[in-house]
Design a protein around this ligand. Structure first.
Ligand code: SF4
Length: 429
């Protein structure tokens, strides 16, 4: 009866998108009770015959989906996102599973070298802007590959995260493709049982405590009782790499619940960094701006911390005291506590001009529209902005520019005319 009414509604739907949404509802109704093998078999044979790809991370649980694929058809195209950032153990595991399961059509997707050269020339984008890193290394290559298919299969499961708790077997993506999740209803125990039953090899890092495995820089060990994906992008609001869409069809928001407060490279983005809090473990914190005084008091511990971190320079801090260690920080935040306190400008100039700091240099605190052109002159390239009129001006690109100065900075400003105390910049700031 329910199916009959769904089909009747389907016939009455006006737009193609509406029809597809209803078709997805019907598929979920039809296959809701079916086991994972049945869902995959029907998807391959009936829903999208000859028009389906598999996407696998070759991570901790991937052997289960790939075993199902091998049972259905060893020639199905299996895409592996070869981001260039994987553990060597993962690359070995790709070969192990290909061999053991007899998969004949595993294809590696690599990022566009032009994108890497332009946006991540030194391979450290993951430290300062992981969403963009995932975008060029995962989303873009996958988008290009799946364009040729009506749908694709993932290994995602409901139990993995709160956000995946409502995952259905079939989803309509925002570009009108069908995404199939045969393992949606599998539990942790189901995965373990399936691996044991079929003698599937574990990922070499699984027994070392890695319960969900992605790129090496963004994956850490998970403690007993933690969410299995807690080790991915640990310390960040980021939960997904951006290649997955939610079940309503919208793209999953990678930096969940994050405010877009950081203005950088012409846009407001989610800020991967957080402020240091009293009591933080300096040996393990990630993406944290550590106050300069705290760093000096705990230098050895911070230098031994393997994770990306930043430095906070407050008015009165002497950057000279940490000059030799600046390269350790992927971001330096210069504090501007009030409009009349200009010491941050001097700190920024010292960092850039005298000590050659080349990482992200950001202004934090009371950042207002009138200050930003001056901050840019001093080498600051990112701004944490809460003041709404300033945010609006940045979004609209209507900030005033200042091109006559009493004091030149850097190497781009030259004297103006015959009045030596006035200087003009050679380019707009
Ligand atoms: S998981 Fe990390 S290294 Fe891999 S693409 Fe995303 S940000 Fe880059």
């Amino acid at each position: 009866m329910a199916q009959t009414s769904t089909i009747a509604t389907l016939m009455a739907a006006d737009s193609v998108r509406e029809k597809r949404s209803l078709a997805i509802m019907a598929l979920n109704g039809l296959y809701d009770e079916m086991d994972a093998a049945g869902v995959l078999r029907h998807a391959v044979a009936e829903v999208l015959p000859g028009d389906i790809a598999i996407v696998s991370s070759f991570g901790a649980d991937s052997a289960v989906l790939l075993h199902l694929v091998a049972e259905v058809d060893r020639n199905l195209p299996v895409y592996f996102l070869e981001t260039g950032k994987h553990f060597a153990e993962t690359l070995d595991y790709v070969e192990t599973l290909k061999r053991q399961l007899g998969l004949k059509n595993v294809r590696a997707l690599t990022p566009d070298p032009k994108d890497v050269a332009r946006f991540d020339p030194d391979g450290t984008l993951w430290e300062t802007d992981p969403d963009s890193c995932c975008h060029i290394r995962k989303t873009e290559p996958l988008d290009a590959a799946v364009k040729g298919f009506g749908g694709w299969v993932t290994g995602r499961k409901r139990y993995q995260t709160k956000e995946r708790g409502v995952l259905p077997h079939f989803e309509l993506t925002s570009d009108d493709r069908i995404k199939i999740n045969p393992l949606a209803y599998f539990s942790d125990q189901d995965i373990a049982d399936y691996k044991a039953k079929h003698g599937l090899p574990e990922h070499p890092l699984y027994d070392k405590g890695y319960k969900s495995i992605g790129c090496a820089p963004c994956t850490s060990i998970v403690a007993d009782g933690e969410d299995p994906r807690a080790g991915r992008w640990r310390g960040l609001n980021k939960k997904e790499c951006g290649i997955h869409f939610d079940f309503n069809g919208a793209i999953a928001k990678p930096m969940v619940q994050a405010d877009l407060t950081l203005f950088k490279a012409g846009a407001f983005i989610a800020d991967p960094f957080r402020a240091y809090a009293e009591g933080d473990d300096l040996g393990s914190v990630r993406y944290t701006h550590i106050p300069l005084a705290v760093f000096r008091a705990n230098r050895d511990v911070v230098l031994a911390n393997p994770h990306p971190n930043g430095l906070l320079v407050a008015p009165g801090d002497r950057v000279e005291d940490v000059a030799a260690d600046l390269a350790r920080f992927s971001s330096i935040a210069v504090a501007f506590p009030g409009f009349t306190d200009g010491r941050g400008y001097s700190s920024a100039r010292l960092l850039v001009e005298r000590y050659g700091y080349g990482g992200e240099l950001r202004a934090v605190g009371d950042v207002l529209a009138d200050q930003i052109p001056l901050m840019r002159r001093c080498g600051i390239t990112a701004f944490v902005v809460k003041h709404e009129p300033t945010r609006a001006a940045l979004r609209a690109g209507t900030l005033a520019t200042v091109d006559i100065f009493y004091q030149p900075v850097g190497k781009t400003e030259v004297p103006l005319g015959t009045r030596p105390y006035l200087r003009r910049a050679t380019e707009t700031v």
